[in-house]
Every structure is written in structure tokens, then in C-alpha cells.
Ligand binder design. Structure first.
Ligand code: NAD
Length: 254
């Protein structure tokens, strides 16, 4: 149906094999894409490097988006190694715990700024760096959550952060459409990952999601990866600015 043969994919956000980014990397590799995979820091490298090597990643580099020099260095390596990039997967988020666990009203200015910078503005920065290397078009993907649209208990300040992420997805899609670069957000239902474990009462959120979704199934990383791989393919070239739900219908229920 579709192939990613010869496409070069940069995957940001693998922490372990439960990561949504890992599901995307594995699915894209299975469809023939060549991979560049980043790890946050030395501690993360121990977990990420073996996974990246298993997937045959051609580039394995550090990237902490709070260090702009690392973003530039990563793209220098990609430019020298590949000279082009076709797919960007941005699957990262961060919020200081005390802001994440408090009321939205009480979020500190520093916590708000950090959460927006790492979870939203970094997507724009990575797109900006990828753009000159997407000469023949490309696909940029990020990962959002339904708490952007409705108030989800305990999701707190990440709700407004994801609203901003979805909005920048639409604006970037509008700005890059004539270069045949699509920008979309994947919106899975809740699933147990390391980032998710930082949300208070996350087990209850998982149980509620399985109960509420018409399929009564939690989303799996493989399902997110399959959708991401499709969106990265030429078959999906006219899909842009979308926030696609992969949530067993969770979000349609009142
Ligand atoms: P995860 O913990 O596997 O991935 C989060 C990644 O963010 C990690 O790899 C971490 O290293 C990276 N990260 C954090 N700060 C960073 C920084 N400064 N620089 C570079 N990378 C940084 O968890 P996940 O659930 O796979 O999260 C991926 C994305 O999916 C996030 O945007 C999250 O909000 C979103 N999401 C998760 C769920 C869920 O229920 N797990 C649902 C919807 C959306």
C-alpha cells in the first residue's frame, strides 16, 4: 500500500521500548525508512543506543532541546551523512513536577515557560532546521493528547501546552504547504510510558480510558507507529494540519 524506502527519518523522543517515538521508529523502519535516533543524555544513551542499533539506525546522536547547540550539531551530522531529511518525528514533552501536579491557575511562570519551550517551541525549532533539507517535501509529526480540547482531570497545565502544540501544527502546516511539507499531530489515548508516569493518578486515567473508549482497548505504540508511518508516506501527501486521534474512540464519548 505504501513504502518509506529511501526516506530519511529523524526520530526524537525514544527513552525506551515503551516510548511512542520507538513505536514510530520501528514502524517506519519496517516500511523501509533509514533512521536517525536521538537520546536525551548519557544516562538515556544506555537504554536508547541498543534499541537504535537494533533498528539499524544510521545516526545516533544526543539531543537535549534545552541546549540549542545540540540541535544545530545534530542537523550538521544529518546534513553531512544524508544531505536530506524526509521525516521528522517530535515526540517529547516536559513539565516540572510541581507545576504539573498543581492547578493550572497556580502554574509558575518558569514552569510554564519550560513546558512550552520543551514541548512546543522545540517542534518549531526542529521544523525550521529540517526545512532546508526537505527539498522534495517532507513530513513533520508531533504527539498531542485530548486534554488539549477538554479538561482531563490531572492533566493540568499540559492541557494548555498541548492546545498550543496543536495550534502551531496548524500554522506550520499552512506556512509549509507550498513546499509540500506536511505537519500533523498524532493524538493517542493514554498509554503507560515514562513521561505518562509523571501525571498524578495515571493508572486511574488508564482505567477510565479503557472503560470509556468504545473499543475498550488502550492505544498501543505499534498502532501509533503504523499511523505515523502512513502519514510519512507519499500516500498521505495531501494530509496536513490534522490532529489525528488514535484512541479507540475515547474522544467521541460525552
Ligand atoms: P516517553 O517518556 O517515552 O518519551 C518522552 C521523551 O521526551 C523522552 O524520550 C525524553 O527523553 C524526551 N524529552 C524530555 N525532555 C527533553 C529534552 N529537553 N530534550 C529532548 N528530549 C526530551 O513518553 P511518551 O509517552 O512516549 O511521550 C512522547 C510524547 O507523547 C509526549 O509529547 C507526550 O506528551 C505525548 N503523549 C503521551 C501520551 C501517553 O499517554 N503516554 C498520550 C498522548 C500524548
Amino acid at each position: 500500500m505504501f513504502s518509506l524506502d529511501g526516506k530519511k527519518a529523524l526520530i526524537v523522543g525514544v527513552a525506551n521500548d515503551q516510548s511512542i517515538a520507538y513505536g514510530c521508529a520501528a514502524a517506519m523502519r519496517a516500511q523501509g525508512a533509514d533512521l536517525a535516533i536521538t537520546y536525551l543524555n548519557d544516562t538515556a544513551e544506555k537504554w536508547v543506543r541498543p534499541l537504535a542499533e537494533e533498528l539499524g539506525a544510521e545516526i545516533i546522536e544526543p539531543l537535549d532541546v534545552s541546549h540549542p547547540d545540540q540541535e544545530a550539531a545534530l542537523f550538521d551530522v544529518i546534513r553531512e551523512t544524508w544531505g536530506q531529511i524526509d521525516i521528522l518525528v517530535h515526540s517529547i514533552a516536559f513539565c516540572p513536577k510541581q507545576d504539573l501536579h498543581g492547578r493550572v491557575i497556580d502554574c509558575s511562570a518558569q514552569g510554564f515557560e519550560l513546558a512550552m519551550d520543551i514541548s512546543v517551541h522545540s517542534f518549531l525549532r526542529l521544523i525550521r532546521l529540517a526545512e532546508p533539507m526537505m527539498q522534495h517535501g517532507g513530513t513533520c509529526l508531533t504527539v498531542s493528547f485530548y486534554g488539549s480540547e477538554e479538561v482531563v482531570e490531572d492533566y493540568n497545565i499540559m492541557g494548555p501546552v498541548k492546545s498550543a502544540l496543536e495550534s502551531v501544527t496548524r500554522y506550520a502546516a499552512a506556512e509549509l504547504g507550498d513546499k509540500r511539507i506536511s505537519v500533523n499531530a498524532l493524538s493517542p489515548g493514554p498509554l503507560a510510558t515514562r513521561a505518562a508516569s509523571g501525571i498524578a493518578h495515571f493508572d486511574a486515567m488508564l482505567a477510565a480510558a479503557a472503560k470509556r473508549a468504545p473499543t475498550h482497548q488502550l492505544t498501543r505504540t505499534e498502532e501509533i507507529g503504523a499511523y505515523a508511518a502512513f502519514l510519512a508516506s507519499d500516500a498521505a501527501r495531501n494530509i496536513t494540519g490534522a490532529v489525528v486521534k488514535i484512541d479507540g474512540g475515547y474522544s467521541i464519548m460525552g
